[in-house]
Ligand binder design. Structure first.
Ligand code: NAD
Length: 444
């Protein structure tokens, strides 16, 4: 059993704290947001993440997990302090490090015993040295080490990802400190890669930029498929069967969003440009992603014509399924663009409507997909929640003013939906929307 302090209880920090406690460690989580801390003390999760609240309650009851706003309390017995605070996009696109720097100052102000500081926040290369300088400026002779431990969990399966990681990456100038952090992960029985501080920081950006590149690559292929009459879903299936390529992150659609890819690709772009490089590929990845949303909105416009007084129903708001995270969600950009073209928007999401209502207060939020469909001129799929995969299309069609479906995640078979009486348009699936009359001629 180790004593761990986790600083910042957002998506990464809360999962890290809860899961380390579940592995038998004593964990104190510190956050400056007192309301969040009160909610967590009451045993309620502040985010939607499958399996998290159950583990939270179990570990709070066992006495291994606690929450506080006080750094002094959090660090009192800590051998390790994980920094998991936010590093949002700054006004110029570079990473905003104010929370990381504030956390480093707060650690330094109360530290009076040896500590291993583990940075899990995604930070530009060189930030470990900055954290070290800040802490040093406060602590005098008290020894401490800095280890970079980039986080790779995916929202929506974060608990499972914590317990089954593909690898643990650790970077430090202090090998012994890195090995002690590796020991914390021993129960996970996974590959541990120990490298230097700057390389570990870079591994995180390179990984996210590569995944975003795959998404933009397949979105570019989708555009070409639409011109040439090929089906990008089948293309991706054919490509993904090649072991050198693999099937992941090859789903064409409205593009990537969320709290990581957009900001991390942009931050890497800035890092590269400031270092005198010319990051052309990263620029293209971002441009294609922006164009994916525009092309989707354009399809709705093409199908419905003038959007003034049209009612558009949106299914799915969170940036991906199984999370309530709305940060950089494609839905926000698409809905805002449609509204500016005169449309009225109704929407449904299984868990993200509370958060979405802050960002999109003029949207009418509905209790079910069928309420969204009532009087709608088109139904748009923006997030591929499982519950949208088994809708009653007959019922939806009866409710709608016009039977039009624009599928931004390619979750349906175009001919099957068309055969139910709809005009259906996915992404990268032939030169034109699938229609009822066409589907009648070609029963499947
Ligand atoms: P978040 O915004 O959900 O949570 C950050 C938390 O830190 C908040 O609760 C905030 O109140 C707290 N905080 C801010 N300043 C603080 C301070 N000085 N002291 C104590 N607490 C403070 O952020 P997140 O999504 O958990 O991301 C955290 C980091 O992990 C980011 O760098 C992000 O890029 C990275 N990351 C996120 C994910 C993800 O899926 N969300 C995955 C991998 C890596």
């Amino acid at each position: 059993m180790r004593n761990i302090c986790v600083i910042g209880t957002g998506y990464v920090g809360l999962v890290t704290g809860v899961c380390f406690a579940d592995l038998g460690n004593r964990v104190v989580c510190v956050d400056i947001d007192s309301q969040k801390v009160e909610t967590l003390i009451a045993g309620k999760s502040t985010i939607y993440e499958p399996g998290l609240e159950e583990l939270l309650v179990r570990n709070v009851h066992s006495g291994r997990l606690s929450f506080t706003t006080s750094y002094a309390v959090g660090l009192e017995e800590a051998e390790f302090a994980f920094i998991t605070v936010d590093t949002p996009m700054g006004p110029d696109g570079s990473a905003d490090l104010r929370s990381v720097e504030a956390a480093a100052h707060s650690i330094g102000e109360v530290l009076s015993h040896p500590l291993i500081i583990v940075d899990k926040s995604t930070v530009p290369v060189g930030t470990g040295d900055v954290v070290s300088q800040i802490v040093s400026s406060h602590v005098g002779d008290t020894p401490f080490s800095i280890v970079s431990n980039p986080e790779f969990l995916r929202e929506g399966s974060a608990v499972s990802d914590f317990f089954n990681p593909d690898r643990i990456v650790l970077g430090s100038t202090d090998r012994e400190a890195a090995e002690r952090v590796a020991e914390l992960h021993a129960p996970l029985n996974t590959k541990v890669i120990i490298t230097d501080l700057r390389t570990a920081e870079m591994i995180k950006y390179a990984s996210n930029a590569f995944l975003a590149t795959r998404i933009s690559f397949i979105n570019e292929i989708a555009q070409i498929c639409e011109r040439l009459g090929a089906d990008v879903k089948e293309v991706a299936r054919g490509m993904g069967a090649d072991k050198r390529i693999g099937p992941h992150f090859l789903e064409a659609g409205v593009g990537y969003g969320g709290s990581c890819f957009p900001k991390d690709v942009l931050a890497l772009f800035h890092m590269a440009a400031s270092a005198g490089c010319h990051p052309q590929l990263l620029q293209a990845v971002m441009d294609i992603n922006r164009d994916a949303r525009r092309a989707f909105v354009e399809k709705v416009h093409t199908l419905l014509g003038d959007l003034h007084d049209k009612i558009i129903g949106v299914l799915g708001l969170s940036f991906k399924p199984n999370t309530d995270d709305m940060r950089e969600a494609p839905s926000v950009e698409v809905i805002t663009a449609l509204k500016s073209l005169g449309a009225n928007i109704k929407a449904y999401d299984p868990v993200a409507m509370d958060r979405a209502s802050d960002l999109l207060p003029w949207v009418t939020f509905c209790a079910t997909p069928y309420d969204v469909a009532k009087e709608a001129d088109a139904l748009l799929i923006i997030t591929e929640w499982n519950e949208f995969k088994q809708l009653n299309w007959e019922k939806l069609r009866q409710f709608m003013r016009q039977p039009v479906v624009v599928d931004g995640r390619n979750i349906y078979d175009p001919q099957e939906i068309a055969a139910c009486g709809f005009t259906y348009w996915g992404v990268g699936r032939g030169t034109a929307p699938a229609t009822y009359s066409e589907a009648k001629q070609e029963p499947r």
